[in-house]
Design a protein. Structure first.
Length: 118
């Protein structure tokens, strides 16, 4: 099983970024996919989640209206589109595979760093 995140970068406040997570080694279409983040000294938090069929999504209040999660089941890839980025969005971003309603996570990626700073 592999979840490989990419797209992390250093950018200025107000900028935009798209993260990707390529999955392999498991049946992608059976799992909800999610993005989480962890800033230094803080606990990991759920940012966004998308149902296995892509029919429903959840977002943390702090990113609603700015971030958008999507998936391409033909490419076994999940994306996180991030707009209007703020310094407080700085964190390591992880993708995970799990249950949409159970909020359990079976597989994790290694993370990609997003830094928002002027």
């Amino acid at each position: 099983v592999q979840l490989v995140e990419s797209g992390g970068d250093l950018l200025q406040p107000g900028g935009s970024l798209r993260l990707s997570c390529a999955a392999s080694g498991f049946t992608f279409t059976r799992y909800a996919m999610s993005w989480h983040r962890q800033a230094p000294g803080q606990e990991r938090e759920l940012v966004a989640m998308i149902h296995s069929a892509g029919s429903a999504t959840k977002y943390a209040d702090s990113v609603k209206g700015r971030f958008s999660i999507s998936r391409d089941n033909a490419k076994n890839t999940v994306y996180l589109e991030m707009n209007s980025l703020k310094p407080e969005d700085t964190a390591v971003y992880y993708c995970a595979a799990g249950g949409f309603f159970s909020m359990t996570y079976h597989y994790w990626g290694q993370g990609t760093q997003v830094t928002v700073s002027s």
